[in-house]
Design a protein around this ligand. Sequence first.
Ligand code: SF4
Ligand code: SF4
Length: 371
Amino acid sequence: MLNKNEIIAESDSIGFHDIGFTSAEPFHDQRRLLESMGDSYEIFKKTGLDLVQGTDPENMLPGAKTIIVLLDNYFNKSYPMPLENNFGRCYLDDDRVTKDGLSIRIKKFRDFLRNHGIESKVPSNLPYRVAAARAGLGNYGKNCLFFSNKAAGKSSFVLPFAILIDHEFEPDKPSGGIGCPEWCRNACVAACPTRALKGDGTIDPKKCISYMTYFGREITPLESREPMGMYVYGCDICQNVCPRNRAWLAREMPINEKVLTKAPDFDLKKLLHMDREYFSAKIYPHMFYMSADSIWKWKMNTARVMGNSLDKKYVPDLIKAFNENDDTRVLGMIAWALGQIGGEESENALREFVMDEKLKNELMRKKNVIG
Ligand code: SF4
Ligand code: SF4
């Protein structure tokens, strides 16, 4: 029978950045929290995850005795700057669909356990961060992110993975709570452009840019378009301004070659003009919270970002995209983007658009569509 040290040594050799053990007791507090969230909890259901069920490990692995939490540093190689400007870092090398990176390491770890008579399961609805805190791996920030006690320079650039197993191991001493220094004057709360962070370690998820970039069926409201800035998918602002992340952000890192290779596919102009085939082949395998039926949202987000860039180089593409698209949410955002960028070419195009039947109908439906 394996002992804890042998399991820890294996996780090190596979390349995980920290490991902790906790019991498989239910997460009662987390259940109460989710049940008290009302509407806000509904948004998680849209992802298909039953988080309430996930608060009791017994539901996923009857007879579960221990949770092993592996911590992975997802930001130990640098990303091309254009991608960092437009996408949340944690999505840039996400292999949950392609299964060609982290998934291989998790499988290797589970194979090691199985070869030593330990059965395991990795349910995606377990409260990973709460399990990580209970396993002594870190604490929280007022930006609602999990900060490691040890990995990635004690920063929040870590992802925990909770593995249920059917054997008992001595639990590690729990950690948790808010670990922010008193001298930080709530930089994350002040910097959050959409006021999603409440300042007490909680968040209104529906106001978070990450949520707004991939959920919602309507055109982005006028008042959110500028605050959402340059993000097409995800948001890292409250991580970038956090002094607890400064040490790690200051490190020199080699470039992530895998991400560098796919960077041209995420060029804004390509996203604005992409069809379903391009989306399915180049985008969805890496960023999959929106299906091909939501390609309009990708285009609307991209048009918003082009507008916020104030860069005239995007004007011809925005005009071309207006003529390629029928979805009034995309058309409305293109018109708004041209208005933001301004200049003669934009103004001429907007004059023509006002005569466009597609947009006129939308204007009738929603008066503020182009602001
Ligand atoms: S991810 Fe962006 S929008 Fe969401 S809380 Fe952080 S700063 Fe605010
Ligand atoms: S910015 Fe300040 S308050 Fe916010 S998480 Fe970082 S240390 Fe905490």
